[in-house]
Structures are given as structure tokens and as C-alpha cells.
Design a protein around this ligand. Structure first.
Ligand code: ADP
Ligand code: FBP
Ligand code: MG
Length: 531
């Protein structure tokens, strides 16, 4: 195999020891693999941190195709700024658990493709480094002093991740020294740490919430990294959502600037499922399942009375995934409202008309809405939407109460109908439960992948499944956009087809234009770009 390597940046170049294989289709349905005698140029980008792109362009002439693109969005490694770090044989080689495993270590060539739906002539596209144990590690068990911190809102499964990091470090790598940072980022400098042993964390996965406590706000990068240094911590496991991962990226940058041997690993946590790139966040399935209880209760209440209107408000600031999937997983919901899909109340094709029609046909109606839906209307009527939480997240107004009131007013005063309103907000009841079995498995994989990555010397990474395979993803990659429901995609169409609700598409633009321009501008300024 011939590799011609060229370094286009002034950074120290670290040659990768993987050899990309070139694939090509030829003829009808036949598939060939090429792995030799192609000239491949590897170029280091000028700024490799944001995110670091290692582009491998394979010049080849296969069946008339002159070139092919294989892009790796790679994660940093401690040796980029500490080139003389010694490496050691991975202790998993002697592990009982892996004794009869044929391939204990991930092949360094293994990459996870970002897109799996491709066409014959598509470029090979973006890839991430596959997660898992490596042949060489850059820490001895005795030298590791790890810490774990949890930040942001709750989500089922946080305790399982904490437990499995502690058990993974101990049982796979013989690491004894793990500290729990209490109360989120500020806990680095405002609270005492906990010693986390396998015994201490043994039962915590059975409880909801976070054993370490959490908080919003209080991120002070310099103080946090000072504290990491003072305590002699060299592996930092950070569990949290988009805000937390931004904080983790800042910590990694500071660590790199100081040139200290600290592996920074992010584990994405978000009940809203709004983190980009990864397939799904942990606790999400548990949340969708638990939401069924609230939806079923609202349905029972609504169908047990004359003209019953059941409304259930679920989580989802900017992303309506829980509402969408909880609706799809339940056949009683008549209408689902999410932040990504604007709706309107009055006139033909509006929500009032649909509710009336359902009441006439079925004598009850059931609506599920995400907390971020219709915020522009609520803000307009309540005039108080600029409030933020300690992390800078906009505090949402209660769209559930707003909708309840408007539907009541409309039917009582305008339509002169008596309706029976049943409103349920199960938010904190859903967030606070322990994770179900499948989320526990997912949390275990995440934790173990994070441990393998840190031990192998990777840093500044977030771990997560991409097309069902766990990968190491540059932290910036998961914070630059937010995962939102694609309302022009087929999943949302499936929901519309399932509930048969109005799509609100035609009129919403006109109605939106009527809403105070200032209000819209302010909201748009705060809204995150949808991918
Ligand atoms: N841009 C940022 N840079 C550094 N830290 C941040 C940033 N955004 C949020 N954080 C910190 O991350 C933590 C959690 O953020 P928050 O938005 O509350 O929850 P989540 O991580 O679940 O989105 C908070 O301590 C907050 O100070
Ligand atoms: O009341 P809190 O604890 O601030 O949390 C409310 C928010 O937390 C969430 O459940 C999760 O948000 P994060 O991912 O930012 O933690 C949102 O759905 C909700 O808006
Ligand atoms: Mg968040």
C-alpha cells in the first residue's frame, strides 16, 4: 500500500496508522473492494480544533470515477500537545472478561460513517472514529485520578452512567481513584468531592436523578481547570446536555492551552433529544414510555366526560421529539403540537375548528404539546418572555396553561359550548424516574466507551451512537447545531397521517406575520438554528 502524506498546516503532524479502503460499485449490483496501490493524500486542516477535519482524498480511477472523498472528523489526542507521552499495553489484554474475545481491540482503521443512506456515486462523506478499547493506553491504572460531574436538567439514566464509569474504570482498567464533583460545574470549586468506589455506586442506577447533584450556571473555565490541576485530576467525565458540552469544550481548550495531561470526555445527556449527530440520547426511550402514563390518564379523563378536552404538556424546548414519539407510540392522541411546526387557533384549518370537529365526532379530544410549541403566541399575551435561567436558557412560558385557557374561552364564549378541560403537566415526574432496561444498556455502553477513549489518550471528545455504532465525536461538532424534528421529513408526515390532524402549513405564515414583529425578532434571536 502506498500512502503519500502531505501536511498542509504548521501543526505537528501525527501520522494515522489506518489505511482507508476504497470501495466502488461496478456493473449491476456487483461490489468490489480495493485496498492497495492507490495514491492517497492526507491533509491536516489549518485549524484542527473546530472540529478537527482530517480529510483523506483518495485519487483513484475506478470505473471512470476520478476521485473519492473520505472525510474523518477526528478527535484530539493527548500526544498532539504532549508528544513524548509514554504508552502502555492495555490491561484488557489480561482481563478475564475479554479472555476469549477474538478481537478485544478496535482496529485503528475503523470509522463510523455519518450517513448510511448513500447512492452509488455519492462521495464517501464524513466519518468519526469508532469508539472502543485500543491496544495501547496512555495511563497506568495507578496514575489515573478521574472525576465525574453532572450538569443541567435531570434525565433518566444519569446514575447508571456514573455507576458504569466507576465500575468500568475499576473492573476493566484497575483504576481506584474516582472523585465525584457535586452540584455541577460550580462543584469543582465550591464543594467537597466524594470518593466514588464500586461499592458506593453499586445501587445508584435504581434511583432517578443524579447521585452527584446538578446545577445550571456557574461555569468558570479557569477556576475549573485550576481546580482540576490542584487536585491532580487527569481524566474528566462530564455528563450533560448542549450547554454542558459547550462547557466541556471550553475546559478542553484550556487544558490544551496549559499543555496538561488531562483527558476530557463528554457524555451527552438530554431528555429533549436535541443533541446533534448522535442517534438518540439516553433516557429518551424511558421518557417516551413514561409519557404514555400521562397521555393515557388524560385520555381516560377526557373520554369519561361530556366534551372532554385532554391536554398533556411534555418536555421539549426547541425540539419536539418526546411529544412526537409519545404521540406515535399511543393511538389515542388526536393532535400533537411541537415547536418546529407553527400552528394557529382560529379560522379554517385552525386548532379550534379541529377540536370542535373531534368533539362532534368522538365527544372528546386529546392534545399533546411540547413545552416550546407556540411560544410566540404565549409571549405576545404574557409580555414576559425575556427571563433566563442561570445557564442562559430562555425560561419558557406555560403554553399548556395558555392553550387550556384559550380553548376554554373560545368554546364557552364564542361557540357557547360546555367543555370539560383536563390538563396534565407530567414534566418532572417523567424526568425523575430511573432509566428502563434498554436505556440502562445504552448508558453502560456510553460509559464504557468514554472510559476506553480516555484511557487511550483521546480528549476533547463526546461519545455517542452514530447509525447504531458508538463513535468519538469532536465536542464542537455536537454543540454547533441542535437536533430538531424535521417537519419536511417523513417521520412528521407519519405522525400527521397517524393522527389525521391539520398540518397548519398554509395559514401559519400569514398568521405569524400578524404576530407583533418585535416579538418574532426577539424569539428568532434566541432560537437555535434547526439542522
Ligand atoms: N456556552 C457555554 N460555555 C460554557 N459553559 C456553558 C455554556 N452554556 C452552558 N454552560 C454551562 O453548562 C451547564 C449546564 O448547562 P444547561 O444549559 O443548564 O444544561 P444542559 O447542559 O443540560 O443543556 C451550566 O453549568 C452552564 O453554566
Ligand atoms: O426546570 P429546570 O430544571 O430548569 O428544567 C427545565 C428544562 O429541562 C429540560 O427538561 C432539559 O433541559 P436541558 O437539556 O437543558 O437540561 C427541558 O425540557 C426543560 O425546559
Ligand atoms: Mg440544554
Amino acid at each position: 500500500m502506498e500512502l503519500s502524506l502531505s501536511n498542509s498546516s504548521s501543526f505537528r503532524f501525527r501520522r494515522y496508522d489506518f489505511v482507508p479502503r476504497l470501495h466502488s460499485f461496478s456493473g449491476l449490483g456487483s461490489f468490489h473492494t480495493f485496498s492497495s496501490n492507490k495514491s492517497i493524500s492526507v491533509r491536516r486542516p489549518l485549524i484542527w480544533r473546530q472540529p478537527r477535519l482530517l480529510r483523506i482524498k483518495a485519487q483513484t480511477a475506478i470505473d471512470g470515477n476520478s476521485s473519492d472523498d473520505f472525510i474523518i472528523e477526528d478527535v484530539p489526542h493527548l500526544t498532539y500537545f504532549l508528544p513524548d507521552l509514554p504508552s502502555y499495553t492495555n490491561p484488557l489484554k489480561r482481563s478475564q472478561a475479554y479472555a476469549i474475545v477474538k478481537k478485544t481491540f478496535v482496529n485503528p482503521e475503523d470509522m463510523v460513517a455519518k450517513e448510511i443512506i448513500v447512492q452509488k456515486d455519492s462521495p464517501r462523506g464524513i466519518h468519526f472514529r469508532r469508539a472502543g478499547p485500543r491496544e495501547k493506553v496512555f495511563f497506568t491504572p495507578e496514575e489515573v485520578r478521574a472525576c465525574i460531574v453532572t450538569c443541567g436538567g435531570l434525565c433518566p439514566g444519569i446514575n447508571t452512567v456514573i455507576r458504569e464509569i466507576v465500575c468500568g474504570l475499576k473492573n476493566m482498567y484497575g483504576v481506584d481513584d474516582v472523585l465525584g464533583i457535586q452540584g455541577g460545574y460550580s462543584g469543582f470549586y465550591s464543594k467537597n468531592t466524594l470518593n466514588l468506589t464500586t461499592k458506593v455506586v453499586n445501587d445508584i442506577h435504581k434511583r432517578g436523578g443524579t447521585f452527584l447533584q446538578t446545577s445550571r450556571g456557574g461555569h468558570d473555565t479557569k477556576k475549573i481547570v485550576d481546580n482540576i490541576q490542584d487536585r491532580g485530576i487527569n481524566q474528566v467525565y462530564i455528563i450533560g446536555g448542549d450547554g454542558t458540552q459547550k462547557g466541556a469544550a471550553a475546559i478542553y481548550k484550556e487544558v490544551e492551552k496549559r499543555g496538561i495531561k488531562v483527558a476530557v470526555a463528554g457524555i451527552p445527556k438530554t431528555i429533549d433529544n436535541d443533541i446533534a449527530v448522535i442517534d438518540k440520547s439516553f433516557g429518551f426511550d424511558t421518557a417516551v414510555e413514561e409519557a404514555q402514563r400521562a397521555i393515557n390518564a388524560a385520555h381516560v379523563e377526557a373520554e369519561s366526560v361530556e366534551n372532554g378536552v385532554g391536554i398533556v404538556k411534555l418536555m421539549g424546548r426547541y425540539s419536539g421529539f418526546i411529544a412526537m414519539l409519545a404521540t406515535l407510540g399511543n393511538r389515542d392522541v388526536d393532535c400533537c403540537l411541537i415547536p418546529e411546526s407553527p400552528f394557529y387557533l382560529e379560522g379554517p384549518g385552525g386548532l379550534y375548528e379541529y377540536v370542535e370537529q373531534q368533539l362532534k365526532e368522538n365527544r372528546h379530544v386529546l392534545i399533546v404539546l411540547a413545552e416550546g410549541a407556540g411560544q410566540e403566541y404565549v409571549a405576545q399575551s404574557m409580555q414576559a418572555f425575556q427571563e433566563k435561567d442561570a445557564s442562559g436558557n430562555r425560561l419558557l412560558l406555560d403554553v399548556g396553561l395558555w392553550l387550556t385557557q384559550h380553548i376554554k374561552d373560545h368554546f364557552t364564549n364564542v361557540r357557547k359550548m360546555t367543555i370539560n378541560m383536563k390538563y396534565i403537566d407530567p414534566t418532572y415526574m417523567i424526568r425523575a424516574i430511573p432509566s428502563n432496561a434498554s436505556d440502562n444498556i445504552y448508558c453502560t455502553l456510553l460509559a464504557q466507551s468514554a472510559v476506553h477513549g480516555a484511557m487511550a489518550g483521546f480528549t476533547g471528545f463526546t461519545v455517542g451512537p452514530v447509525n447504531s455504532r458508538h463513535a468519538y465525536i469532536p465536542i464542537n461538532r455536537v454543540t454547533e447545531t441542535t437536533n430538531t424534528v424535521n417537519i419536511t421529513g417523513r417521520m412528521w408526515a407519519r405522525l400527521l397521517a397517524s393522527t389525521n390532524q391539520p398540518s397548519f402549513v398554509h395559514h401559519c405564515q400569514t398568521v405569524r406575520e400578524k404576530v407583533d414583529k418585535q416579538t418574532i425578532d426577539a424569539i428568532n434571536n434566541m432560537q437555535i438554528n434547526s439542522i
